[in-house]
Design a protein around this ligand. Sequence first.
Ligand code: SAH
Length: 252
Amino acid sequence: MRPIAIMAAMQEEMVGLTSALSDARTINNGSRQFTTGTVHGQPVVLVLSRIGKVAAATTATALVERFDVSAIVFTGVAGGLASGVNVGDMVVASEFIQHDMDASPLFAPLEIPLYGRAVFPTDAGLTESLRAAAQGLLNNLSQWVDRDTLHALNVQSPKVHSGLVLSGDRFVSTSAESQALQKRLPLALAVEMEGAAVAQVCHDYDVPFAAVRTISDRADDAATTDFSRFIHEVASRYTSALMGAWMASRRG
Ligand code: SAH
């Protein structure tokens, strides 16, 4: 059976995932550490992509070329953009755009040159299974994260959203930039720094791709503080609980 890849950008998001692996084995390849093993009897490869589009793209390429993965799932945190997408919510991406791509006037703004498109959809089946796992997790969130922590982060009745996610090589941390993105791309639910790059690699190789992000901040003037607290206090618990539930659901 070909393995499924689970990628995350930051160490804090990866903690917990690795400890859930059976028969874990570490392989170093091109400045990245890949961990192979099984979860609920299914072969997986876990890897930390590091931050940004290039790091994510080289990591995704190695997963396809060297590990022959059957699908890639990205899990991590993101800044919320649309109103109602709050800290503690989860966003399952239905499609991605690189918000910092602009080769105009040669190509339309946002269009990836020579691909004839700006939008890269995710795999519908994988996306639906992630959405269901995310909803299940949020229905029982207090099992994973204690109420005081959620209260301190001002997380109240978190929701699952599905839709457009933006990626770019910028940590969006001012209200002005966040508002400009919302005005330009009103359907965008969240912004992060890797997903669209992995979506493009998966498009190149025809490998199914899906992504789920927990909202760590609102990409506004408070983003830096909110992001750091979320990452330290809850990100790894969300990620490992979600991926565990998702792998269990795939067992059929
Ligand atoms: N201070 C961190 C850097 C984190 S960059 C460090 O030193 O390690 C932010 C990471 O979280 C990226 O991987 C990105 O995908 C995601 N992210 C969370 N909030 C974001 C925001 N507001 N803008 C862009 N990316 C965000």
